[in-house]
Design a protein around this ligand. Structure first.
Ligand code: GLA
Length: 395
């Protein structure tokens, strides 16, 4: 829905006039490479999309936060004095988590009426949850600053950290910082090399030389909380505990080099854990090589590294599954596809593909046909535009 339509819908739900309405938005993301490295203190290379969560908001004079959304009938009302009660909401628990973390961080919560609209496909691995959290957080922080007469730009890194804590503590997914950081900080037409240990980052122009980023959605729904995500994270922690004995100055898995891993890997007796750790350490190295390749205009090398990333996520980290693997296998058969891999947590969700412009039609047709034949329901395809991070919208 356009912002004008959303404002009308807001008035239908809550009444009043459009004059005092404010609009905030924050995007989903695609990760080009660096998967399951963020919570191991490693590098990631994501970019913000133009699909996003948009919120139309109006302040209230009490402490109630009333929620509505365009694609569900749900209308939860959050009373901030009972914030623990909303963990099992079908929709609205992410917002409750963000409110909870804002209160813990000492912000004043301003009551408000809110209408949400999401264009990030849900459960697709494109961070619909981070888009929801970060847009909510930007709105809450803006209102809170206004209530306290603070007239400073928002600290978006702090906002990303609060949102990550909301997901870790309230929703119960032990995610890393990548999604929230990208949704808050992304830059139009750039990818972001982010060091998840130090939060240092730099933007890299996405000059793809006549190619586009095409996202293919398996349309298999995944829910991070119910999936094996937290299990993978604890396997990494177990592996790190073992390697740390031999590499005492390492503070996280991604401090460990490939050479050190090869030297000490035999101490990890459990093959599954050894594989998980190997993926993380090699993937971390691939991120830096990818950024070099892209900066040097070497798209072929970039694509090879993307392919290697997927194969490692399939064979060592085991988070792909037949749907993602089918999309990738079929994509790689198409002339003009430079690289293809899953993006996000895995277990369903999307693949990211670098496709030559004149091959996009073939890509969508051929991959789509083969996928539906094998999996039994269709995939969806989006030619992505790289957008900017979250903020207030003035239109
Ligand atoms: C999800 C998490 C991120 C990251 C990716 C995998 O998107 O939210 O923190 O761990 O999975 O790279």
């Amino acid at each position: 829905m356009s912002v004008a339509e959303l404002k009308k819908k807001f008035i239908d739900i809550y009444g009043g006039s459009e004059e005092d309405l404010r609009v905030f938005a924050s995007p989903g993301r695609v990760n080009l490479i660096g998967e399951h490295t963020d919570y191991n203190g490693g590098y990631v290379f994501p970019a913000a999309l133009t699909v996003r969560t948009t919120i139309v908001a109006r302040k209230r004079n009490d402490k109630l936060i009333r929620l509505a959304v365009t694609d569900l009938p749900d209308r939860p009302v959050i009373d901030i004095t009972k914030i623990d009660q909303y963990k099992n909401l079908r929709w609205g628990n992410y917002q409750a988590g963000v409110i909870d973390e804002f209160m813990k961080a000492g912000y004043e919560i301003v009551g408000c009426d809110l209408l949400y609209d999401d264009t990030v496909p849900h459960g697709s691995g494109l961070s619909s949850s981070a888009a929801n959290e970060v847009s909510t957080a930007i709105m809450l922080a803006t209102f809170s600053n206004e209530a306290r007469g603070i007239n400073e730009p928002l600290d978006l890194v702090e906002i990303a950290k609060i949102c990550q804590r909301a997901e870790n503590n309230y929703v119960g997914v032990k995610c890393g910082i990548m999604d929230q950081f990208t949704s808050a900080m992304g830059k139009k037409d750039h990818a972001m090399l982010l060091n998840c240990k130090t939060l240092e980052y730099r933007f890299v122009p996405l000059d793809l030389k006549g190619h586009h980023i095409v996202i293919a959605n398996t349309n298999k729904k995944h829910r991070l909380g119910e999936s094996k995500y937290n299990g993978r994270r604890s396997e990494c922690e177990k592996g790190f505990e073992i390697l740390k004995k031999y590499i005492p100055n390492a503070t996280c898995l991604c401090d460990i080099t490939k050479d050190q891993f090869e030297q000490y890997a035999h101490h990890i007796e459990d093959e599954v854990i050894r594989n998980r750790v190997k993926h993380v350490i090699y993937e971390n190295a691939r991120v830096l090589r990818s950024v070099d390749a892209l900066s040097n205009g070497d798209l072929i090398e970039f694509g090879k590294l993307m392919n290697a990333s997927h194969d490692s996520l399939r064979d060592l980290y085991e988070v792909t599954g037949v749907e993602l693997d089918t999309l990738v296998e079929e994509a790689r058969k198409i002339d003009g596809v430079v690289g293809s891999r899953m993006t996000g947590a895995g277990f369903g969700g999307c693949t990211v593909n670098i496709v030559r412009e004149d091959a996009i039609g073939d890509f969508i047709r051929e991959v789509g046909l083969a996928y539906e034949k094998k999996i039994g329901y269709p995939a969806s395809f989006y030619i992505s535009e790289i957008g900017s991070g979250g903020g207030e919208i003035f239109e």
